[in-house]
Ligand binder design. Structure first.
Ligand SMILES: [Ca+2]
Ligand SMILES: [Ca+2]
Ligand SMILES: [Ca+2]
Ligand SMILES: [Ca+2]
Length: 585
């Protein structure tokens, strides 16, 4: 198996080199010597800017403004400003935009004018009897365009809590700021409110039921900081993750498999709102012998019982056959599933329509022995794998023939027939750069069409979801990407600035190259993307219009109609530390 993996690696390394050769090699040699000198100068400038502008602004505002709001400390809030007055939207003019459901949404429009900041914050605080959470999202800092008033920045303030009448409320306010250094502090010299929205509902639709239900496996951020999902001083892999839901014993109630935190557990649904850990009784291993990252129930042998596939970064993928009633047997070897490595997740579809579900295992890069290169569009990952279900309990690796061995550092993939030709297509998200859209040709092969379809994306992708959000009958696509505070999170000292060396050099001489360089950086940190399916094989990025760009540091995402109004909503898991402060998540 290792030999096969090594062969794959070699093949793809050759392919990557060939690709890069095709457009860089001619000039690369000529500028190599200069490049060796140029990057440190640019890197120093990035790092200097980060240390002297970006991090201090984040520390001062991202950290302090929300905590002052939660403490309802008006004096401290006003102390963050070097002015008494603000501009933009006034408090009058709130219009109801969505009042039909359990929630009411109001949007401020029209009335604008000068306003005392003490009045602005007074009104805001009056809205909330209690504040559960406050957050200042700094979208972008225009660090190249400082003026006498300071650096321009676009921000989003989110305040969540309870109104005096007991209703739950969330206020979201967008603003353009100017931020300037005054002595040892950074102060807001100008604030213009550009958008404001309030969502109100009487009762929460959901209540946290984990403990009551008897679920003991709970993910925590105990391994961070520093971030130790993979690697780390004591353990090669610190955190396993992944979940899958199916009625494994046929009693009509959904059971839950959680792949980690701390160990893999199968929870049987007791049909009374509680669950029981039945891992060992169900024939599943404990402790789980691999570092699992993704779990999938699918009935590969069509016997009516959902079987379980568990992907792993290390220790091997495993397939467990459900013999009926929720009794599992490890059939990895007899099913001819190789152990594999660096798997992110598995996703199933009958891509060849022979009546048996096939399996695509999404794989990332080798975090222990390598890094994504180039890190703005990495192609040196471990190839993802397509396993054809032979219908006799065995699988065959058909990746090469099908042409779906994507070598991005892939964290997510999802099947969806986006062109309605009856053949399931496949989208794969690369954490470091361009994604892949594999169109199913209906003959066992696929063609990669991400560029032609307009869905190459280029963000730091970690989640993929297909869903017809506007009800036009065509599958739309959501890719959850990182949205980094101030767009600078990737410039960690341990993480080289994601700029092509050639661009770094040329950017010294031409503004166009500089602009394109920054477009790379912007795309990597700009946030999630919602692609509308135009019905002609192409998609349009509607993220900003739809208001879903900043799903924060997005991990997995899924469409669901959470309020049963017939319209698909979007749930995105998020959170990460993007600066030196521990509360910067
Ligand atoms: Ca089965
Ligand atoms: Ca099949
Ligand atoms: Ca299709
Ligand atoms: Ca809905």
């Amino acid at each position: 198996m290792n030999e096969q993996a090594t062969a794959w690696d070699g093949e793809n390394r050759a392919r990557v080199l060939h690709r890069r050769d095709s457009y860089l090699s001619k000039i690369a040699a000529a500028v190599l010597a200069l490049c060796a000198l140029a990057p440190p100068a640019r890197a120093a400038r990035w790092e200097t800017t980060r240390k002297t502008v970006i991090d201090p602004i984040n520390s001062e505002l991202h950290r302090h403004l929300p905590s002052f709001l939660k403490a309802r400390d008006l004096d401290a809030l006003l102390g963050l400003y070097a002015t008494d007055m603000g501009s933009g939207l006034a408090w009058e003019g709130a219009q109801p935009v969505y009042t039909g459901g359990e929630e009411q949404t109001f949007r401020w429009e029209g009335a604008r004018g000068a306003e005392r900041l003490s009045d602005r914050y007074g009104r805001l605080l009056d809205m909330f009897a209690t504040i559960d959470r406050a957050e200042l999202r700094i979208d972008r800092v225009g660090w190249r365009q400082p003026s006498a008033e300071g650096y321009p920045a676009s921000v989003r303030l989110i305040v969540r809590g309870t109104r005096p009448d007991g209703a739950r409320a969330q206020l979201e306010q967008q603003a353009l700021l100017r931020i300037a250094r005054q002595g040892d502090h950074w102060r807001i010299t100008r604030e213009e409110i550009t958008a404001r929205q309030l969502v109100v509902r009487r009762e929460p639709r959901y209540a946290v039921a984990t403990e009551v239900a008897g679920i003991a496996n709970v993910q925590s951020n105990g391994a961070s900081p520093p971030f130790h999902l993979f690697g780390g001083a004591e353990s090669p892999v610190r955190a396993s993750s992944g979940s899958a839901v199916a009625d494994v014993d046929g009693d009509g109630y959904e059971d839950i498999f959680l792949a980690g935190s701390p160990d893999a557990v199968l929870y049987r649904n007791n049909c009374d709102g509680t669950f029981t850990d039945v891992t060992e009784d169900a024939g599943l291993p404990r402790p789980y012998p691999a570092a699992a990252t993704g779990a999938l129930f699918f009935d590969y042998d069509n016997d009516g019982w959902p079987d379980l596939y568990v992907a792993a970064v290390a220790g091997g993928d495993r397939l467990f056959h459900n013999q009926g009633g929720g009794r599992f047997v490890d059939v990895t070897t007899s099913a001819r599933i190789p152990p594999g490595r660096w798997a992110s997740m598995a996703t199933a579809a009958d891509y060849d329509r022979d009546g048996f579900l096939d399996l695509y295992v999404v794989r990332m890069g080798d975090h222990e022995n390598g890094a994504p290169r180039p890190n703005y569009n990495a192609r040196n990952g471990v190839p993802s794998t397509l396993f054809h279900n032979n219908g006799d309990g065995t699988f065959t690796d058909v990746t090469a023939r099908a042409g779906v061995g994507d070598t991005g550092w892939d964290l997510a993939g999802a099947w969806g027939d986006y062109d309605d030709d009856g053949w399931p297509d496949l989208y794969v998200a690369n954490e470091f750069g361009g994604n892949a859209l594999y169109h199913n040709e209906g003959n066992g092969t696929f063609t990669e069409r991400s560029a032609a379809a307009g869905v190459n994306d280029g963000g730091a992708g970690m989640g993929v979801a297909w869903g017809d959000y506007d009800g036009d009958g065509r599958l739309d696509l959501f890719v959850s990407n990182m949205h980094a505070n101030s767009g600078w999170a990737l410039f960690h000292p341990d993480f080289p600035a994601p700029v092509p060396p050639l661009f770094r050099l040329l950017a010294l001489f031409t503004p166009e190259v500089q602009r394109r360089t920054e477009a790379f950086l912007d795309r990597l940190t700009r946030g999630s993307t919602l692609f509308h399916n135009e019905g002609d094989g192409t998609f349009t990025d509607v993220s900003d219009r739809a208001g879903v760009r900043d799903a924060q540091w997005g991990w997995s995402a899924e469409f669901l109609d959470y309020d049963n109004d017939g319209r698909l909503d979007l749930y995105s898991v998020n959170g990460f530390i993007s600066g030196p402060l521990l509360d910067d998540v």
